[in-house]
Design a protein around this ligand. Structure first.
Ligand SMILES: [Zn+2]
Length: 348
């Protein structure tokens, strides 16, 4: 019985009690659902009948981003208790259990900069985050392996990597759509994002070391980094703000037609990256308030940052800033500048 193997059906607690690893085990629920625990923070569900959808939900890639962890923990608990019926193959990942325990974004390195093999570059697998990135890649590969990567399969694979931002945002919720190497943006996915109350999308034009780009690029998954709001400690999240994301994820798991809604591009704020500002020296300084919201824009010519002799000013009308962080290491991205964009010329 699930009750003995996963006490109180609380897989998050089991994970956080065993942050460095769990020996695999499996069992079947009374409703026929096969449950497999692969590792700490890694659990899959496979219904007895035929399924066509392979869904990966991940949270806690940044350990202090609590709202998505609470959402996923409740979903897993409801599945184990038989309250939520699963009609897709589902893999749920709690990304960085030691960092969740520590209540910090990371222990030594940003896990979401280590995918697509970046974990093994440079110094190699020298810390727990690098090892975890490699393991998560292997789990995702193993999960998707059932179907070969073909055009026909790609519509059936998805990965939603759920985050909350460090700072407030002019648009509370937004998604990052990984670079598709020229393939069309998918209407059905925008319909799903809208169902999750996410109407702001950053369309990437270059490869990245993120988990969502990895799933998109390596596995042809419809994959997104979804920022659901601002970071708060456990128990302090106003879960009503996440109600639409939560109910849409549950509908996806039940295999309701949650991606078939009409796509109205006028409701969306689409952005693309205009430039990435890299910290060159220790003198890098941001010239706006620390608590500035993501997607804030200033008139052209406004001074954004200085870095030694370099001045960064707004260059384009509508140019907006996201993820500013002067405290990154030299050589890392200190800020991303984005401009309004559209998907209408390459939409499927
Ligand atoms: Zn995050």
């Amino acid at each position: 019985m699930a009750q003995q193997l996963i006490p109180a059906d609380d897989f998050l607690k089991l994970t956080l009690d065993n942050p460095l690893g769990l020996a695999p085990f499996e069992f079947t629920l009374a409703n026929g659902l096969a449950v497999k625990v692969w590792d700490s923070g890694v659990i899959s569900f496979e219904p007895a009948g035929q399924t066509t959808e392979d869904v990966v939900l991940s949270c806690g890639v940044h350990g202090n981003e609590t709202a998505p962890i609470e959402i996923c923990a409740a979903i897993v608990q409801d599945i184990l208790a038989g309250r939520l019926v699963v009609n897709v193959r589902l893999l749920v990942l709690f990304g960085n259990p030691p960092a969740i325990n520590a209540g910090t974004r990371e222990i030594t390195e940003n896990l979401n900069r280590l995918f697509s093999g970046h974990h093994s570059k440079g110094a190699g697998l020298i810390n727990a985050e690098r090892q975890r990135a490699k393991a998560l890649e292997q789990y995702v590969s193993q999960f998707y392996q059932r179907l070969p990567v073909t055009e026909s399969a790609t519509g059936n694979r998805s990965l939603y990597d759920l985050h909350t931002a460090i700072r407030g945002s002019r648009f509370e919720k937004f998604a990052v759509y990984p670079y598709l190497h020229g393939k069309p943006w998918r209407q059905a996915e925008f319909a799903f994002l809208a169902a999750c109350d996410v109407y702001t999308v950053l369309l990437m034009q270059t490869p990245a070391s993120t988990f969502s780009y990895y799933a998109s690029n390596e596995h042809g998954a419809n994959s997104f980094t979804i920022e659901l709001g601002k970071v708060k400690p456990f128990g302090q999240n106003d879960m009503a703000r996440f109600a639409k994301a939560d109910s849409s994820l549950r509908a996806l798991i039940y295999n309701k037609p949650v991606k078939s809604g009409a796509f109205d591009h006028n409701k969306f704020n689409m952005y693309q990256v205009y430039r990435s500002i890299i910290k060159q020296t220790q003198d890098f300084t941001l010239h706006f308030a620390d608590d500035i919201e993501n997607f804030t824009s200033y008139p052209p010519g406004s001074l954004l940052a200085t870095d030694g002799d370099i001045e960064y000013r707004v260059e384009k009308e509508g140019e907006a800033l996201i993820f500013p962080n002067a405290n990154v290491a030299v050589g890392q991205r200190a800020m991303l500048m984005v401009v309004p964009s559209s998907v209408m010329d390459n939409l499927q």
